[in-house]
Ligand binder design. Structure first.
Ligand code: ZN
Length: 310
């Protein structure tokens, strides 16, 4: 008899990573509908928004309201992205379960995105951890190491620099870390190598893979990371969240395709396909005119797929 495979969790980042790269603002009521439907489809970790100034990202200005809605859903871990201490304080005030702090491995991306060097961003992690602890708040601190596999501004990002920053983030107080291919430059062997080296430093605290399908290697990279032990992945319903440097390209790997990848191998995710595909249709209507990506919604599930018992 086969031994049961360890479940994989798929964190939905469409409400943050996806929507922040789409110019139009989705009304709060529709975001809450998305949130509830994603939860009903089995998603138990959802990045619901970002605490950045509304003038920079008006699309996410209602993040506190979305966190409040998320808190009413049983068993849901609601995370928010925060770029600095001010955002972290807002996250703590909101009662979010986790905050994701971006740390660019590329110096050029860090300056462009956060207007800080990577080491200045690491110092912020320490301040945020101190503030969280001083408040006695239960909000997990996760650092997402972005541009870990290459950068559109800088080009190559040295592995040694990624690993140095991974260690620095942990030393500064991050409780979890993840590696992100922010611009879709990674290849599967590179993913395998960097995660293996990352595990040697961070152990189980390295617990997220964030891949974009910009150049068609998104699922191959998810698979490569899974093979070396990653059991938690970010994804966006409909693969929204394209890259501003690659117009027309798809963005994050599509939630429903990642769910299918694991289902096809008999790895449980707890996700309900029919519910995900129905939700994708609604999100597609709300975002009419925006391109949705992904294969399984177009082709449908194969008759041979063994669905997880509900
Ligand atoms: Zn992304």
């Amino acid at each position: 008899m086969d031994t049961p495979l360890t479940p994989v969790s798929v964190r939905e980042v469409g409400l943050r990573d996806g929507l922040q790269s789409i110019a139009r603002t989705l009304p709060t009521a529709q975001k809450i509908e998305w949130l509830r439907a994603a939860h009903a489809a089995g998603q138990r970790e959802i990045e619901v928004g970002s605490f950045v100034p509304a003038r920079l990202l008006p699309q996410l200005a209602d993040t506190a309201e979305i966190v409040a809605a998320a808190k009413t859903l049983p068993g849901l871990v609601a995370s928010v992205l925060v770029p600095n201490l001010k955002g972290a304080l807002a996250a703590l005030d909101s009662g979010a379960d986790a905050m994701l702090l971006p740390l660019s491995a590329s110096h050029a991306h860090s300056l462009a995105n956060l207007r800080k060097t990577p080491d200045e961003a690491v110092a912020d992690i320490g301040r945020i951890r101190a503030e969280r602890d001083a408040r006695g708040a239960r909000c997990e601190i996760e650092v997402g190491l972005s541009t870990a596999f290459g950068c559109t501004l800088q080009g190559k990002v040295e592995e040694a620099e990624v690993l140095r920053l991974l260690q620095a983030a942990l030393d500064a107080g991050a409780e979890r870390v993840g590696l992100a291919d922010t611009v879709g430059y990674a290849d599967p062997l590179q993913v395998r190598r960097l995660f293996e080296k990352g595990f040697a430093i961070a152990g189980e605290r390295l617990s997220c893979g964030h891949f974009h399908d910009t150049r068609g290697l998104g699922l191959a990279n998810v698979f490569a990371a899974w093979q070396v032990g990653v059991r938690r992945f970010d994804a966006c319903l409909g693969g929204i969240g394209g890259c501003p440097h690659a117009p027309g390209a798809s963005g994050n790997v599509a939630t429903e395709d990642v769910a299918y990848l694991f289902a096809s191998m008999g790895v449980p995710t707890g996700l309900d396909f029919d519910a995900l595909i129905a939700l994708r249709g609604r999100v597609g209507q709300w975002l009419e005119g925006e391109a949705l990506h992904g294969s399984i919604a177009r082709a449908g599930l194969p008759k041979t797929l063994q669905k997880e018992p509900a």
